[in-house]
Write a protein that binds this ligand. Structure first.
Ligand SMILES: [Zn+2]
Ligand SMILES: [Zn+2]
Length: 136
């Protein structure tokens, strides 16, 4: 059982099954909706997914009819996406998970749409927390 939550904690999710087809998506929609260089997304079975939303904060944005991006109405974190053309599966952003997962990403997708400042192979230094040069 995997568990996740939105940034404010109002919405919690449980996934009782595998996460498949995990990819880093660099398409412009994922960049805009995440505000980051790319989104890491995977499929889950709708029947394995439970949303715990006691304050009824879950809202959605429908960019294309039938394709809903469900998010927390309080903190705006993405929770999951659904498509009326594929009702048995949902797509989740892996960043909402609080528990470790067994599965791993398999690819970078839509790399022709990637942000020009994102270098997939950058040999940038890695820090456990903030970079030392950060202005606090
Ligand atoms: Zn929230
Ligand atoms: Zn995308």
């Amino acid at each position: 059982m995997y568990q996740g939550s939105c940034l404010c904690g109002a919405i919690k999710v449980e996934i009782d099954g595998p996460i498949t087809d995990i990819i880093h998506c660099h398409c412009s929609l994922c960049r805009k909706s995440s505000g980051t260089a790319y989104a890491t997304n995977g499929f889950i079975q709708a029947e394995s997914f439970k949303v715990i939303d006691p304050e009824q904060q879950l809202g959605y944005f429908e960019r294309k009819e039938g394709r809903r991006r469900h998010f927390c109405g309080n903190c705006a974190s993405p929770v999951y996406s659904s498509s009326s053309a594929d009702p048995a599966r949902y797509r989740i952003r892996l960043g909402i998970l609080d528990t470790p997962i067994r599965e791993r990403p398999i690819s970078h997708n839509f790399v022709t749409s990637k942000a020009d400042w994102e270098d997939l192979d950058a040999a940038l230094p890695r820090y456990e927390q903030y970079e030392p040069s950060r202005n606090k």
